[in-house]
Write a protein that binds this ligand. Structure first.
Ligand code: HXC
Length: 521
């Protein structure tokens, strides 16, 4: 055997060893936990044979607690580049089979290297978390490693899409890297995120709680809103990430990929002409409107389980990716509250940062009143949504379907927030407030008088409400002043959005020069 052949054999053997991570036993344990290994996960995510691994032979440099004898090629993270649907991505996956995926200085260097490559080459970064946190034996060097990663997450924000998949433990300060990224996905039953684990919680607050109830996928999907998506299996998780990427560009200087559209842009949806109940206080399902107007009725929802009174997600019109923000009358009448405002603002900001037009479907009775909301700063959170809409310079098309009252009318992409096209269905009620509230304010004295004179107060108020509705609860007041560009037949909604997006394809709009704004938080 020539010397060269010998060296090549040695390389192949080294690679094989590195690919085993923490070894066969640890891999078996990982599978027994219902989880895949780092390399299996990457393979599931990316195009076949597209993964190119870096730093496979990197080793940690720790000599504490006998760590010098615990060396694994590549240490506890697999990093590299690949393609998804032919588009370049960078990826890293923490390897739980190596010291529980705990983060060493070396691992941080590997992660930072691919983050830097992703930034330089304008490609999304996808991180897969499955780790016991900072490597305890390395102390402050491991913490410094987290600091390096966080700083890069911050600098990359709004430049390249950052997606975090939580596929195992993610605890302590380690949660802040995913929290700084654009989308978090958690697997049900096998992942959890919390700042302090059940034991610390028990010691400090006395509360008895397990990991799942403290920071499992369902908690963060429905209660905290930390996670954007949840998946039943890791296979489903990878499929979701691929789908999500199909709607978004590779960086902030590009547009999202355009796909061929076989759904006619002028498709009229007659069901929309008959979708609203006669009683304006009766609910209907906004999902039916969304799927009636988007290309082939497809909609990729973000945060589907969190605060259902507002719907956010991606869809396409004539093959072009858009972000949809819609009030949902079927959940709490579509009211805006603290969480709905946070959810909407987060989504609008992402779309604006990455050149994705925003289509808003408005049917909102107002902001939720009460101490629960006021004490939790609904003023600031509502302002967040307002700020996000007002700051966004991407094409913005707003359709007022039914209720659009007061502050919530302004917040949801009104003309004055620089929306480009504002359409209303003939059923729109665009006014300062609803009829009963308005009549209570305006006709209180008269009602008292009617009562004193023994008259029918109920009939009097009903008559006044009808009068108010006739005069104000319609789209024509707003159309009269040009705040609504056109009143449209509901069945033409898809066509008007498609045509609007085509008109706005070259939209250029700026913001005053500044370092950055001070968004209400
Ligand atoms: C070093 C670690 C480790 C860590 C796990 N391991 N976490 N090694 N540093 N942080 C090792 C274990 O010693 C074990 O090694 C192997 O990984 C697998 O761990 P197990 O405990 O056997 O697995 P499991 O029972 O599934 O439990 C997983 C776990 C648990 C829940 C994650 O290991 C755990 O609680 N780890 C500590 C978590 C933690 O407190 N981390 C620090 C958080 S603070 P062997 O050799 O036996 O296979 C933090 C600060 C970050 O991270 C701040 C950033 C700003």
């Amino acid at each position: 055997m020539s010397k060269q052949t010998e060296k090549i054999k040695e390389l192949v053997a080294k690679r094989e060893k590195a690919r085993l991570g923490g070894g066969e036993k640890a891999i078996e344990k990982q599978h027994a936990r219902g989880k895949y290994t780092a390399r299996e996960r990457i393979e599931m995510l990316v195009d076949k044979d597209s993964f190119e691994e870096y730093d496979m032979f990197k080793l940690h440099r720790c000599h504490n607690f006998g760590m010098e004898k615990k060396q694994t090629l590549g240490d506890g993270v697999v990093t590299g580049s690949a393609t998804i649907e032919g588009r370049l991505v960078y990826v890293y996956a923490q390897d739980f089979t190596v010291n529980g995926g705990s983060l060493s200085e070396t691992m941080a260097q590997k992660i930072c290297k691919v983050m830097d490559m992703a930034m330089q080459n304008g490609a999304p970064i996808i991180c897969m978390n499955d780790s016991g946190g900072a490597r305890i034996q390395e102390g402050i060097s491991a913490l410094a490693g987290y600091g390096e990663i966080f700083e890069r997450n911050i600098l990359a924000s709004g430049v390249i899409p950052q997606i975090s998949a939580i596929l195992g433990p993610c605890a302590g300060g380690a949660v802040y890297s995913p929290a700084l990224t654009d989308f978090i996905l958690m697997t049900e039953g096998t992942s959890y995120m919390f700042l302090t684990g059940p034991k610390v919680v028990k010691t400090v607050t006395g509360e008895d709680i397990d990991s799942e109830h403290l920071g499992g996928a369902s908690v963060h999907a429905s209660k905290s809103g930390v996670t954007s998506l949840t998946a039943k299996t890791e296979e489903e998780a990878m499929e979701m990430i691929r789908k999500l990427l199909s709607y978004i560009p590779s960086n902030n200087t590009e547009e999202a990929p355009r796909v061929e559209c076989t759904d006619p842009v002028d498709r009229k949806e007659d069901l929309l002409n008959d979708i609203l109940p006669d009683d304006p206080n009766q609910a209907y399902d906004m999902y039916k409107v969304i799927t009636a107007i988007t290309d082939k009725g497809e909609f990729f929802e973000v945060q589907p389980k969190f605060t259902k009174n507002i719907i956010t997600g991606f869809a396409r019109f004539n093959g072009q990716s858009v972000g949809i923000v819609a009030n949902q009358p079927a959940a709490y009448a579509g009211v805006l509250d603290v969480n709905a405002s946070r959810k909407g603002a987060r989504f609008v900001r992402f779309c604006d940062a990455f050149n994705i037009p925003i289509v808003s479907l408005v049917d909102v009775p107002g902001f939720l009143p009460g101490t629960g909301q006021e004490y939790n700063a609904v003023i600031l959170h509502g302002a967040q949504l307002l700020y996000a809409y007002g700051e966004a310079t991407v094409p913005k098309i707003t359709i007022n379907l039914r209720k659009s009252y007061g502050g919530s009318h302004i917040v949801m992409g009104c003309k004055q927030l620089r929306a480009d096209l504002n359409f209303a269905w003939p059923t729109a009620e665009i006014a300062v407030m609803g009829a009963s509230g308005a009549v209570a304010v305006l006709c209180g004295k008269e009602a008292k008088q009617v009562k004193e004179e023994g008259g029918d107060v109920k009939a009097f108020l009903a008559e006044k409400e009808d009068e108010y509705t006739e005069a104000f609860a319609n789209p024509y007041q707003a159309a009269k002043f040009g705040y609504i560009d056109d009143v449209i037949e509901p069945r033409n909604t898809r066509f008007r959005i498609c045509r609007g997006l085509a008109q706005l394809a070259n939209k250029r709009q700026g913001l005053p020069a500044k370092k950055h704004g001070c968004m209400p938080m």
